[in-house]
Ligand binder design. Structure first.
Ligand SMILES: [Mg+2]
Length: 133
């Protein structure tokens, strides 16, 4: 079973399995705005992103593309992901535009900004904002 249902709380993934939420435009391919869907169709994937994401998929992690593209771009997006060999489980459309994301959740959240290289992760000490004790 992929989820642990224990007691009266929401289910959690099996130990060691991650729910990856991965941006599309500017992260796995060129940064194309919603207003230019014809460019989305022909944009080239970043091979290191595809290889790393597919490796995570093969390891059993959950791959969800979380994008500011709108629902009307679903068909273009699904066809592009399939044509370019991305393995994934789901796509969430309608992420707020504008960047500067800060996610608050009762579950563990880690965030990694894409800066031009899509590799397996390395550990690095950084400072993060947390709520007061
Ligand atoms: Mg983006």
């Amino acid at each position: 079973m992929e989820m642990n249902f224990e007691g009266q709380v929401s289910p959690r993934l099996r130990e060691g399995i991650k729910n990856y939420l991965i941006d599309i435009d500017g992260t796995i391919t060129d940064d194309v705005p919603n207003e230019q869907p014809e460019r989305m169709i022909h944009s080239k994937p970043y091979p290191d992103a595809r290889d790393t994401i597919n490796h995570w998929f093969e390891q059993g992690h959950k791959i969800c593309f979380f994008t500011s593209r709108t629902e009307d771009l679903r068909k273009i997006t699904e066809e592009w992901l399939d044509r370019n060999g991305f393995k994934y489980h789901s796509i969430l459309f309608g992420k707020p535009r504008g960047g500067n994301y800060h996610w608050i959740d009762n579950h563990t959240v880690r965030a990694t900004q894409y800066l031009g290289k899509f590799t397996e992760f390395v550990e690095k000490q950084v400072t993060v904002d947390v709520f007061k004790d």
